[in-house]
Structures are given as structure tokens and as C-alpha cells.
Design a protein around this ligand. Structure first.
Ligand SMILES: *[C@@H]1O[C@H](CO)[C@@H](O)[C@H](O)[C@H]1NC(C)=O
Ligand SMILES: *[C@@H]1O[C@H](CO)[C@@H](O)[C@H](O)[C@H]1NC(C)=O
Ligand SMILES: *[C@@H]1O[C@H](CO)[C@@H](O)[C@H](O)[C@H]1NC(C)=O
Ligand SMILES: *[C@@H]1O[C@H](CO)[C@@H](O)[C@H](O)[C@H]1NC(C)=O
Ligand SMILES: *[C@@H]1O[C@H](CO)[C@@H](O)[C@H](O)[C@H]1NC(C)=O
Ligand SMILES: *[C@@H]1O[C@H](CO)[C@@H](O)[C@H](O)[C@H]1NC(C)=O
Ligand SMILES: *[C@@H]1O[C@H](CO)[C@@H](O)[C@H](O)[C@H]1NC(C)=O
Length: 528
């Protein structure tokens, strides 16, 4: 889940990354299961669930230190709904029942007082994704865990939610408005924004298409497809498509033109690219065009955005851009963007392109480096570097003097030092492990988990911290995002677990695909 919470900064340039050749194999590796590690992740899940259940449920999120709650996601119990697919995978029957009983009671027509502002994107990936995944799980590998009437009620609630959100698509272009306001006399309204971003437009298609396929109501799929079309067929490519397949960020809701040429793999754009290949996995017949676009975007990322820091040129990061050309690049990346390696590995497996798998693995190594070089062993929210090829130009400045030594050793410097319980680095370790079977990725994930457990265990759960490069993470934010349950704990668990139908396969026969919040969705038309 890739969430937009920080703004893109400046710029810079690059050369194609060198990828090491290794033989293409389609054999499924022998995966190793570590029961002790699985137990460790389960303990963390249970501890944070207990804190949430006692002090916050059925509100959205636990404030673990002050032992209270915050309604930061509409007040529908975001942590509970977001935790369901993880609780199912862990077969935590008590928690599964608590969540299912809760889902049946949610009134999606209203938000809690003070929580009127609803994000279409966040609500889709956490709530709609959580419920659709729960339905797929409970009619598939976990059939029988919950009575049939409750399973049906989950799908009915997904429909209730989607029906309330549908107003978002009522714009001149059909591109959704991301921001809704609930609780008015005539139901939800939009905020009539001028633009919406490509991540918030393009990260709906999996959840809404799945809902359409499950209910037989094609309207849900059509609604999201309209916005996607503007991202695939750019009306003003001189502005909107600075590199082939790599596009701008904001799209005009009146006429569907792009309003800028900035982008990359950071927040605000990220999961648009992620879903292009995931939709092809979901249904290769309907979404071939999205796969073609993903290939273009990856080829351009390898050619134009891959960058190596001056002090550690063996590392690979992806630059951001503000238009085409080296002078428009910005050598900045983020913890969030570290999903990129995993997504590119997944696409490489799907398309039988070892070149992509290798490139993805090199990005995974770069992201691991951001973890191992800090005091806590956790990577920072965002980081920068000086590109090794570009030379001393205005968009390729040196490290600030107080971080020069850190940059010398690490190959990056810290531009935002927080850690807010983001999953993406462990997510990419997961794909790297499933692709290669190399147990070093399990060890890296376990090491990250232990460091997070040590640094972020706080009060009655886990908390975001202010500074990954200070002892004990600096101080606590008193915040436990719902994606802690949905993503960090799920990927930390799955990478140490044995075979299961929903595990990612090292071939192109995946029966499940994970939404950006790590909720597994059953691919269309494939038997379990
Ligand atoms: C995680 O942290 C908790 C609380 O400090 C501790 O009890 C537990 O043993 C830790 N888990 C692992 C696997 O080290
Ligand atoms: C939040 O929790 C409080 C205390 O348990 C409870 O009174 C309130 O109804 C809850 N609100 C929502 C929206 O769940
Ligand atoms: C929610 O609103 C819809 C109309 O949009 C209505 O049909 C439904 O009964 C309402 N549900 C609740 C629980 O109020
Ligand atoms: C399909 O969903 C749309 C959007 O909510 C709704 O207006 C329509 O009535 C539904 N159609 C059927 C046949 O249920
Ligand atoms: C969006 O497009 C409309 C119609 O072409 C135009 O009037 C408006 O200025 C544009 N808005 C932005 C933010 O670019
Ligand atoms: C930045 O990109 C824009 C649009 O692609 C281009 O016109 C401009 O020349 C570029 N500037 C630099 C410094 O590369
Ligand atoms: C980089 O260029 C700036 C001016 O463009 C200059 O002041 C600075 O000394 C240069 N640094 C190096 C390391 O060459």
C-alpha cells in the first residue's frame, strides 16, 4: 500500500542499469518454512490486535501509547477490516470472528462526526480490498471458517460501500474525484476538485473489477475503467508522458488532460504502475493493454531513472522526474517506493523476463541498504543521493555536510527520518524470495521484523517513530496505521511460511494477486 504522504522534491539524470545475466528458470524453488519466526510474527499480531481491540475497536486506529483511538479512516473500524486477510492467513479464529461480526454492523452511509472527509483511494484499498479479499478467502481456501450467511453479508457490505462511493465518478470526464464528504442530507458529495493523481485514479481497478466479477454487476468495473483509459491514452503526451510509458501526476477532471510532467515511483504515482501488471495477472484477456503499458514503463525506468550513487555505485535506486531529460531528474526515493523491486520481479516472473527479475532484485538490494545502515536497522521515510554519472550540475548536489560521512558509508542520505510502519521493503523481500527461493531474503525480512519489533513496540501495540537513525528510533508518534496489520505482518509471515494457494508462485500461474494493501484477491476464472 502505497500511500501518498510526502511531496516530490527536486531533480537529476541517469544511465541504464547494468543487469547481471543469470539463467532463466521456471522451476518452483523449494521454500523453507520457519515455525519459530511464524510464531514471532503471530505474537506481534496478537499483541497489537489486543491493544487495538481493548482500547480502540471499533474505531479506526489505536494510539498505542496514550491507549486511545483515532478515527482517521472514516470511523468504520479501519484496523479491523484491514486486518482480516492477515487474520485468515494466520488462522486466528477468534480475531476472524470479531472482525466478521464487526463488518456486518458497519453503516457505510455515514462517517463518524469529524471524519466526513473520505478518500476514495484509501477507502478502496483498505476497506473494499479487505472485504473482497475476505470474501474470496472465505469462499476458497478458508471456506467453512465462517457461516455462509456471514460470508454473503461481507459481499453485501462491499456492495453497500461501493454504491456510496460511486458518486466519486460523477465528473465531466468520468475520472473520479478522490475526495468525498459524507453525512450531508442527500448522501455523499464530492469536493469538486480540479484534478486527481494517477495513483488515486489508477489504484481502484483491481478492487472494483473484482467486485463487478463477484456480483455480476459490470457497472463497478466500467466506472474505474473510464479513468484508467485516460492514463493509458494520454490526451496531451507532450506534457503527460515525459518518457515512454512514464507519465505525469495530476489529471484534469474536466477534460482528462495531464496538468504536469512530474512522476516516478514515489507516493502519488506508485501504485498506478503496480496495478498495470497486477491486472494482467488478474485477467490476461481483459487487461493485455495494461501489461503493454507496464512493459513500456519498466523499460523507461531502467533506461532513464535507474541511478547509482557516487559513493556506492554498485547500488541502484530509481530517480523521480519533473519532465524529460537528465536535467529534470530528482535523486530522491522513499521507503514507500521500495515496493518497486517486488513489483518488477513479479512482472518479470509473469512475462518470463529474467532481465526484469534481475533489475527488481537490484532494487531490492538498494532498499535493504537503506535499512542496514541506520542505528535502528530500519530505513528512513525518504532519502537522497548524488548520481554517479551526471556530474556537478544544479539538480545533482552533494550530501549536506552533516550527513557527508553517512553518505560516504551508505550511498544515501536521509531527507525524512521517520518510520511509520511501512511494509514495502519487506514486501519486496517477499517477492524476491518467492522468485528465487534464496533464503537470504527470509533472513533479511526476519532481521527487519526483529528491528521493527525492538524499536516500534510501544505501549499496547506498535508505534511509528520519528528517527530511524537515532537510538530507540528517536521518539514515538503514538500512531499505529492499519497497514501494520494488513501488510507488515502479512508479508513478514508469508515469507517465512510454506506453500499455500495464495502464495506468489515463481512461474506465471498465480491464482491470487495482492492488492496494494496486501489483500489477496483471487484471479478471474482460475480454479483454486
Ligand atoms: C518482540 O518484542 C516483544 C516485546 O518486547 C518480545 O516479547 C518478543 O519476544 C519479541 N519477539 C521476538 C521474535 O523477538
Ligand atoms: C469508539 O470507541 C468508543 C469507546 O469504546 C465508543 O464509545 C465509540 O462508540 C466508538 N466509536 C466508533 C465510531 O466506533
Ligand atoms: C444507505 O443508503 C442507501 C441509499 O443510498 C439506502 O438504500 C440504504 O438503505 C442506506 N442504508 C442504511 C444502513 O442506512
Ligand atoms: C449495479 O451497480 C450500480 C452502481 O451502484 C447500480 O446503480 C445498479 O443498480 C446495479 N445494478 C444491478 C443490476 O444491481
Ligand atoms: C482543466 O480543464 C479545463 C477545461 O479544459 C480548464 O478550463 C481548466 O483550467 C483546467 N484545470 C486545470 C487545473 O488545469
Ligand atoms: C525538462 O523537461 C521539459 C519537458 O519534457 C523539457 O522541455 C525541458 O527541456 C527539460 N529541462 C531540462 C533541464 O532537462
Ligand atoms: C559544483 O558546482 C558549483 C557551481 O555550479 C561549485 O560552486 C562547486 O564548487 C562545485 N563542486 C564541485 C565538487 O565541483
Amino acid at each position: 500500500m502505497h500511500h501518498y504522504s510526502w511531496a516530490l522534491l527536486a531533480l537529476s539524470a541517469v544511465s541504464p542499469a547494468v543487469v547481471s545475466a543469470s539463467p532463466l528458470t521456471h522451476r518452483r524453488p523449494n521454500y523453507v518454512s520457519h515455525q519459530d519466526r511464524l510464531n514471532g510474527v503471530k505474537e506481534a499480531f496478537q499483541r497489537s490486535w489486543n491493544g487495538y481491540y481493548q482500547y480502540a475497536f471499533p474505531n479506526d486506529s489505536l494510539m498505542p501509547i496514550s491507549k486511545t483511538y483515532v478515527n482517521d479512516r472514516n470511523g468504520w473500524g479501519a484496523s479491523a477490516v484491514d486486518a482480516i486477510s492477515t487474520a485468515l492467513i494466520m488462522e486466528n479464529d477468534v480475531v476472524i470472528k470479531q472482525i466478521v461480526d464487526h463488518i456486518k454492523t458497519i453503516n457505510f452511509n455515514r462517517t463518524v462526526a469529524g471524519g466526513e472527509g473520505v478518500s476514495l483511494f484509501e477507502t478502496t484499498i483498505r476497506y473494499l480490498g479487505g472485504m473482497v479479499s475476505a470474501y474470496d478467502f472465505l469462499t476458497g481456501p478458508f471456506k467453512g471458517k465462517v457461516d455462509d450467511a456471514s460470508v454473503k453479508a461481507i459481499l453485501d457490505q462491499a456492495v453497500n460501500l461501493a454504491d456510496q462511493l460511486s458518486i466519486a465518478f460523477n465528473t465531466p470526464s468520468g475520472i473520479p474525484n478522490n475526495n468525498l464528504v459524507f453525512n450531508g442530507p442527500n448522501g455523499p458529495v464530492t469536493t469538486n476538485d480540479a484534478t486527481n493523481g494517477i495513483a488515486t485514479i489508477g489504484t481502484l481497478i483491481l478492487e472494483w473489477t473484482r467486485l463487478a466479477d463477484l456480483t455480476g454487476n459490470a457497472t463497478y468495473a466500467k466506472l474505474v475503467r473510464t479513468g484508467e483509459e485516460y492514463l493509458l491514452n494520454i490526451k496531451n503526451p507532450a506534457v503527460g508522458e515525459p518518457y515512454p510509458g512514464l507519465i505525469g501526476t495530476d489529471v484534469n477532471l474536466s477534460d482528462g488532460t495531464f496538468a504536469d510532467s512530474r512522476g516516478g515511483w514515489n507516493g502519488g504515482t506508485d501504485s498506478f504502475y503496480e496495478y498495470l501488471i497486477k491486472m494482467y495477472i488478474y485477467d490476461s484477456t481483459r487487461f493485455g493493454e495494461l501489461k503493454d503499458r507496464w512493459i513500456k514503463a519498466i523499460d523507461s525506468s531502467m533506461k532513464y531513472l535507474a541511478s547509482h550513487p557516487t559513493t556506492r555505485p554498485e547500488l541502484t535506486f530509481l530517480a523521480a522526474y519533473n519532465g524529460a531529460g537528465p536535467g529534470n531528474l530528482s535523486f530522491v526515493s522513499s521507503n514507500l517506493a521500495c515496493f518497486d523491486g517486488g513489483n518488477i520481479i513479479l512482472g518479470g516472473l509473469t512475462l518470463n523476463k529474467q532481465e526484469y527479475v534481475n533489475f527488481g532484485l537490484s532494487l531490492v538490494e538498494g532498499c535493504r541498504d537503506t535499512y542496514v545502515n541506520t542505528v535502528t536497522g530500519i530505513g528512513p521515510e525518504s532519502f537522497q543521493w548524488q548520481d554517479s554519472k551526471l556530474g556537478n550540475v544544479s539538480n545533482n548536489g552533494a550530501a549536506p555536510s552533516n550527513q557527508a560521512a553517512f553518505y560516504q558509508k551508505s550511498g544515501y542520505w536521509i531527507s525524512s527520518s521517520a518510520y511509520i510502519l511501512r511494509p514495502e521493503v519487506i514486501e519486496s523481500y517477499y517477492y524476491a524470495y518467492r522468485a528465487t527461493g534464496d533464503t537470504k531474503y527470509q533472513d533479511w525480512a526476519w532481521e527487519a521484523f526483529l528491528n521493527i519489533n525492538k524499536t516500534c513496540s510501544a505501549g499496547v501495540g506498535f508505534s511509528a517513530v520519528t528517527n530511524v537513525n537515532a537510538p530507540n528510533g528517536g521518539s514515538f508518534y503514538d500512531s499505529q496505521e492499519s497497514f501494520w496489520f494488513a501488510e507488515v505482518l502479512k508479508y513478514s509471515y508469508l515469507i517465512q511460511a510454506g506453500e499455500a494457494p495464495y502464495q506468489v508462485n515463481a512461474d506465471h500461474n498465480n491464482q491470487w494477486v495482492f492488492n496494494t494493501e496486501a489483500h489477496p484477491v483471487r484471479v478471474a476464472g482460475k480454479p483454486i
